[in-house]
Design a protein around this ligand. Structure first.
Ligand SMILES: C[S@@+](CC[C@H](N)C(=O)[O-])C[C@H]1O[C@@H](n2cnc3c(N)ncnc32)[C@H](O)[C@@H]1O
Length: 241
């Protein structure tokens, strides 16, 4: 890493400040930590590895890294990985796991809605699994713009989000889910305490294409997990966009 790049890697002082700033928002991590094993983005990451290698990717950021399962997989494959999340607890888990597995993974605390500390075009690849769908469309557009900004020209993006033909969406108002559709295909769930007010947007294929119109879409496939389905998008940032 060059000196400039080091600025984005968390230091103790920055982490303490940022922790108080984002603490109130990091509840999504707690809910996720319990259910993470059931949602299968690592398979999609393994499929992505040869594409990243073919494109000469070195620096990858895992946005909303959670417990770091994908960051660690990529580090094992030899990529230079920054694990990014707004949960200090999640990042500590990533550091501990990396240490146990003798891998180097840099961690960075911040919110995906505003990644000002990261210079434009810094990463060769951006991955974000089960994060972009945690917002309303207005914020989703901001998030996608940020992901695009920090990605270099012709860099690779890989995004995993809920599809609108998921059971979770179909059964949104059931007695289990207690969901309320607050915007078209954006549902707030009140399943149980840990998931209270957790929000998801469920994407159609058309929406995905529209959202990533500044990218050349390399693949847009549905991944099935039990009765839920997820879009796995792999795309290249068009030069000059
Ligand atoms: C559903 S988990 C997915 C974790 C990981 N990507 C995976 O596939 O295992 C969502 C993660 O995104 C983080 N997150 C949610 N909103 C975020 C935001 N605005 N900025 C940064 N991280 C966020 C949460 O803290 C949580 O760790």
């Amino acid at each position: 890493m060059t000196l400039k790049e080091k600025k984005v890697v968390d230091k103790e002082g920055e982490r303490v400040d940022a922790f108080s700033k984002y603490k109130k928002d990091s509840r999504a991590w707690g809910a996720w930590a319990e259910s993470a094993v059931s949602i299968n983005s690592p398979d999609a990451i393994l499929k992505l590895v040869p594409i990243l290698k073919k494109h000469g990717v070195e620096k990858v950021i895992d946005v909303g890294c959670g417990n770091g399962r994908n960051s660690l997989l990529l580090a094992k494959e030899g990529f230079n990985v920054v694990a990014f999340d707004y949960s200090a607890e999640a990042l500590k888990t990533v550091r501990d796991r990396a240490k146990d597995e003798k891998l180097e993974v840099h961690t960075l605390l911040g919110t995906v809605k505003d990644m000002q500390m990261i210079p434009d075009g810094m990463f060769d690849a951006v991955i974000s699994c089960h994060v972009v769908d945690l917002y309303k469309m207005h914020d989703i557009k901001k998030v996608v713009n940020e992901l695009k900004r920090i990605l270099k020209s012709e860099g690779i993006a890989m995004i995993v989000v809920f599809s609108d033909d998921s059971k979770m969406f179909r059964d949104r108002t059931s007695n289990v889910n207690h969901g309320v559709e607050i915007e078209k295909k954006t549902v707030v769930y009140n399943q149980f305490e840990a998931w209270h007010n957790l929000m998801y947007h469920f994407f159609s294929k058309k929406e995905m294409k529209e959202l990533f119109k500044d990218f050349k879409i390399l693949s847009l496939e549905k991944m099935r997990q039990d009765e839920d389905k997820f879009w796995v998008l792999v795309a290249e940032k068009i030069a000059g966009s």
